[in-house]
Design a binder for this molecule. Structure first.
Ligand code: TNX
Length: 514
């Protein structure tokens, strides 16, 4: 395999008999000011392992790209063909050029270019040359606008370093959304000014009784900025009205009986609910949504709405209607899990997130379809193929085994988003997202093991053309994935590999709670 790029590009020609592009000590990166940040990102990838200086120079100053240079070229005229996120990449003995209509396209071109070099490029210490990239012509753009990964930081807390590392990992596969599940029964992980007990009490623990933790406003801003530099939109989720024990432990007045709950360290779901009629609850939600909206530059705010099994069913739709309106009043587009489709009065544009199965059960398809009937769109996270916390096989030492699991890498790869919901058209599908719930996930190594390589499989579904086009089938993907394993290793990503044991047992799970 000469160009084992994941996700497979829309158009890829490898000129195997032509001379390759070769990076050398005199290579430069050519970029105008508008492309300078992507150029800096590229230099940050290339410099440590090559040891080359790779100066960034501007063509505006009269610099002309030579055969060992990489040129980043912005050209608005390409927007018709390439869209906002597409790119063209040419590598040959005459040089390497990435062309795009905007910086995001250049960034994705960089993700493809790095995959044309040997895996040792990804190491952070100087490795030996030659640094050759096969001669190729790539023209590429994504199928779906929403290509997401969700990280549950509520069941176990992950600090800023772990989250920014996760961002670096997901962008390898051209994902552009990081959904942070910030609140749940076991923890409240974002600071809300004026509501100190949310983090004072609500963040004090985690599944298994660990120390918990939360993001200060500054921490959260660092995550958002780090993601934005990598063209990733952070979507904060405040899960209501169920999954709220942490909030209920912090503020008694939002409980139906006005009594604060104890912090919770188990893994049950469906036992908690806000008092959806209390004025105190709406005051609380107004404070929280206002603050989260203000802390989040992206256009979305996710309100959860899943598994609200302890909310009186007759009160649930009205709660959702009012909550989506409140989010809109704070200037954000609401997103909710598909159960929220029970409301027939969603604020216009509300986005649904489907977590049912490929073969929908319990009316999950009707609930999801309700969002599009009300003018919204859908994100697809089918649990039996896109849930990253499900075990791979019977031997997987972490993860859960519901949702039709185990879920093999092949199962995570072989599904078609447009064939799940019969009454939903492709244009109504915003995209695809793979969630990692973290009841059994306590470390960065645990994250890597459950997420990779299945997230790479889901990323190909989100980015690449429908199955049936060149390279877009399991056999081809499996070959490219095989070629990827040395790259995972070089990147320090402890990916699962069929037949190989988990290298180290998860830390922090030894207290027998699970
Ligand atoms: C269901 S699916 C949940 C989460 C759990 C997960 C475990 C959904 C929207 N909610 O609360 O963490 O299952 O796999």
């Amino acid at each position: 395999m000469t160009a084992p790029i994941i996700p497979v590009p829309a158009g890829l020609q490898v000129h195997a008999s032509a001379a390759p592009f070769v990076l050398s000590v005199s290579s430069r990166i050519l970029a105008t000011d508008a492309a300078a940040s992507v150029a800096g990102y590229l230099a940050g990838i290339l410099r440590p392992s090559t040891g080359y200086p790779l100066p960034m120079v501007s063509p505006v100053d009269g610099n002309v790209a030579g055969p060992s240079d990489i040129a980043l070229h912005l050209d608005l005229a390409d927007s018709l063909e390439l869209g906002d996120e597409g790119y063209r990449l040419d590598t040959s003995e005459a040089g390497a050029t990435i062309t795009a209509a905007g910086p995001a396209g250049l960034f994705y071109g960089v993700q493809s270019l790095r995959q044309l070099f040997p895996p040792s490029l990804e190491k952070r210490s100087v490795q030996s040359a030659p640094w050759q990239a096969v001669a190729a012509t790539i023209t590429d753009r994504p199928r779906f606008a929403w290509r997401g990964a969700m990280l549950d930081v509520a069941r176990h807390f992950f600090d800023v370093a772990a989250v920014t590392r996760f961002v670096d990992e997901i962008v390898l596969f051209k994902l552009n959304v990081l959904h942070l599940h910030l609140t749940d029964d076991q923890g409240w992980r974002i600071s809300i000014p004026g509501r100190p007990e949310l983090t004072g009490i609500g963040a004090s623990t985690a599944v298994g009784g660990g120390p918990g933790g939360f993001y200060t406003e500054e921490d959260y801003a660092r995550i958002v900025a780090y993601a934005a530099e990598r063209f990733v939109t952070v979507v904060p989720e405040i899960d209501v009205p169920g999954h709220t024990n942490a909030a209920l432990s912090a503020y008694p007045e939002i409980n139906a009986d006005r009594r604060a709950r104890d912090p919770y360290t188990g893994i049950d779901v469906g036992f908690s609910s806000l008092d959806v009629h209390a004025d105190a609850t709406w005051q609380f939600l107004d404070d929280v949504f206002r603050s989260v909206a203000a802390q989040t530059p992206g256009p979305y705010l996710h309100i959860g709405g899943d598994e609200s099994l302890s909310t009186p069913p007759e009160q649930f739709p009205g709660f959702i209607s009012r909550a989506t309106a409140l989010v809109a009043a704070h200037g954000k587009t609401p997103i909710a899990w598909h159960e929220a489709g029970r409301s027939g009065d969603l604020v216009p544009g509300t986005i649904g997130q489907y977590w049912g199965y490929l073969t929908p059960q319990d009316h999950a398809d009707e609930l999801a379809t309700s969002f599009v009937e009300q003018g919204g769109s859908l994100i697809l996270s089918p649990a039996d193929v896109a849930y990253l916390d499900i075990t791979y096989d019977e031997t997987t030492p972490i993860g859960q085994a519901w949702a039709g699991g185990p879920t093999s890498v092949r199962a995570a790869y072989e599904w078609e988003p447009a064939e799940i919901l019969p009454h939903v058209r492709e244009e109504q599908i915003l995209g695809v997202e793979a969630p990692l719930w973290t009841e059994t996930v306590a470390s960065a190594a645990d994250i890597d093991y459950l997420v990779f390589p299945r997230l790479a499989a889901v990323a190909e579904i989100a980015w690449s053309a429908r199955a049936g086009t060149a390279g877009r089938d399991w056999e081809d993907f499996a070959d490219r994935l095989e070629a990827w394993y040395p790259r995972f290793l070089a990147l320090g990503i402890g990916a699962y590999r069929e037949g190989e044991p988990y290298p180290s047992r998860a830390s922090g799970l030894s207290d027998g709670t699970l």
